[in-house]
Design a protein around this ligand. Structure first.
Ligand SMILES: NC(=O)C1=CN([C@@H]2O[C@H](COP(=O)(O)OP(=O)(O)OC[C@H]3O[C@@H](n4cnc5c(N)ncnc54)[C@H](O)[C@@H]3O)[C@@H](O)[C@H]2O)[C@H](O)CC1
Ligand SMILES: [K+]
Length: 532
């Protein structure tokens, strides 16, 4: 499991070490320089003779970058530091100068010659590596956007680099972010709005912000939430965490990301004496005559995920389609350990809406875990419970929140997904799984998971139905453990997201996938996870 800690927790953990004189910055800079050396070797086949531009802000983040620059210079790298502030970290600047490096400044009164931002950008764009040390965890929460001359350099260089990457020419620099890409909301993963004066706004998803997207982020002490949470995580590139020896045992992780071995540990593996009822029964209310396919996909995923039994509730026509595709399914009502409600359900179909309401009453009265998706998201009471997992995409979350008095649209959810997923949890008391390229899960006690396991090919019709069926199977399989452990629901939701993403890879590595193929890849995917 990868765990991220807030800026405040990392600072608190640094304090005793700094007070004891532990040279944390030297450790950070040494590790940072090591990553740059590896990148230079891999990309350019050499270290000495390469060119590195260090973008350095006023604080210790700039200090890390300057010290790393000095170490690189001693290995024959031509290092140019570009100051984005009037004053730079004192010992970092001294180290850089004594290693013979040049310093220029885009800030008035800064060290070295004053240069125009355009000249500094040209130097950076033609370098082999750019170190982004403008701003680290020192920005004020909610005001993370870089201010001053550094903002212009990062924004314009960011656009050039993005164009070059999109064109695939491969002649741009490798961008290494120091601790975090400068300007991201360190704790919330927000990305500042381009041109925003104080960083109070966020950039719409997909638009460039004043953030220089990194190829690699070298983060110190522990990963920060922005490196896992969208939209900022899209600017982090590969994340390399450097152990500084911080004791974070007293701090609560702010965000977690499950890895395959965590998913394997969470997966319900039947004991020898298992029978179908001990393995869990999933009840599915999905599909209407207009959307029968959603029902087939949902039950297929539940069956392939390895549940004891699937019960299906729907119209006779859809039931016939379901049973003809999945003969394992039992039609009609009966005792279940978990529900999946909503895929392909048209809320105006009164018979299906009534089944959803009936199931929900049992869910709340008997503490039965449930997945609520798609059409059923508009059929909910005001208050739910943590054992109910809502699985909206951004548009559905905006609708759900708007129905509860929040003034928010889809673009705002995409710009600040963690904030709005948290708000939905507060308002409904349910566990919220917000689907996206990085899926967020917010559960009891504000436990947050961020999973980025799926190929972009998985953005296809029916993929959500498969996730719902898969998660339903997982909840049914672990239903007995959920009673005493409400936080397990969020972990299982994150686990389902991981397995769903991996199943898409397994279904067709590197190429397009159909939702049903993802469901059919679940048995192999789970077997691989359990074997590894
Ligand atoms: N303490 C250590 O030995 C270690 C620190 N590490 C690195 O330090 C940074 C955090 O450093 P800090 O000095 O606290 O903050 P920053 O460098 O991120 O920036 C503060 C600096 O920037 C100015 N500033 C604040 N907000 C803005 C803004 N919105 N725009 C522009 N400039 C801004 C402010 O005036 C300050 O001067 C951490 O990220 C690590 O990289 C290492 O972990 C090693 C140990
Ligand atoms: K940085």
């Amino acid at each position: 499991m990868i765990v991220a800690y807030t800026a405040a927790d990392v600072r608190t953990a640094e304090e005793p070490l700094l007070a004891a004189g532990v040279p944390l910055m030297d450790r950070a800079a040494f590790a940072l320089a090591g990553v740059v050396v590896r990148e230079l070797r891999a990309r350019r086949g050499r270290v000495a003779g390469s060119r590195v531009v260090v973008l350095a802000g006023a604080g210790n983040n700039g200090g890390d970058a300057l010290h790393a620059g000095a170490l690189l210079a001693r290995r024959g790298v031509a290092v140019l530091a570009v100051a984005t502030a009037e004053r730079l970290h004192e010992t970092g600047l001294a180290a850089l100068r004594s290693a013979g490096c040049s310093v220029v400044s885009v800030a008035d009164g800064g060290p070295g010659a004053r240069v125009w931002p355009g000249d500094a950008i040209a130097e950076a764009f033609t370098a082999d590596v750019v170190l982004d040390g403008v701003l680290g965890i020192g920005a004020r929460a909610g005001h993370s956007a870089v201010r001053g001359p550094g903002a212009e350099v990062l924004a314009l260089l960011g656009e050039l680099v993005a164009d070059e990457r999109a064109g695939g020419r491969g002649d741009g620099p490798c961008v290494v972010a120091v601790d975090v890409p400068s300007g991201v909301g360190v704790d919330d993963g927000d990305v500042p709005r381009p041109g925003g004066s104080n960083g109070s706004g966020s950039a719409p998803a997909g638009e460039p912000g004043a953030v220089l997207a990194a190829d690699v982020t070298v983060t110190f002490g522990a990963p920060k939430p922005a490196l896992l949470v969208p939209p900022a995580c899209a600017s982090a590139g590969r994340v390399e965490a450097v152990d500084l020896g911080l004791d974070l045992s007293g701090a609560r992780p702010a965000v977690a990301r499950l890895e395959p071995r965590d998913a394997a540990a969470l997966w319900p593996v039947p004991p020898r004496a298992a029978h179908k009822y001990t393995r869990g029964v999933v009840g599915v209310v999905a599909g209407t005559p207009a959307y029968p396919g959603a029902a087939v996909l949902t039950v297929s995923a539940a069956v392939h995920a390895g549940v004891g039994m699937v019960r299906y509730l729907g119209s006779p026509g859809v039931t016939a389609a379901v049973v003809s595709h999945r003969p394992e399914v039992v039609a009609g009502d009966g005792r279940v350990q978990a529900w999946v409600l909503g895929p392909g359900v048209d809320p105006t179909d009164s018979a299906q809406a009534e089944r959803v309401h009936g199931a929900l009453a049992g869910v709340l009265a008997q503490e039965l875990p449930a997945v609520v998706d798609a059409g059923a998201l508009t059929l909910l009471p005001e208050r739910l419970a943590p054992w109910v997992v809502l699985t909206p995409h951004a548009g559905e979350l905006a609708t759900l929140l708007s129905a509860r008095g929040e003034d928010v649209d889809r673009a705002q959810v995409e710009a600040e997904p963690l904030r709005w997923a948290r708000r939905a949890r507060e308002l409904t008391r349910a566990t919220v799984l917000l689907k996206g390229a990085t899926t967020l899960v917010v559960g009891p006690d504000d436990a947050v998971y961020a999973q980025a396991d799926a190929p972009a090919w998985l953005a296809t019709a029916g993929a959500g139905d498969v996730l719902a069926g898969l998660l339903g199977a997982l909840l049914a399989g672990r239903a007995q453990d959920l009673a005493g452990e409400p936080s397990l629901v969020a972990a299982l939701a994150a686990c389902a997201s991981l397995v769903h993403g991996r199943a898409a890879h397994v279904a067709n590595p590197g190429g397009p996938v159909a939702a049903l193929a993802v469901a059919e890849a679940l048995p192999r995917t789970v077997a691989q996870l359990l074997a590894s």
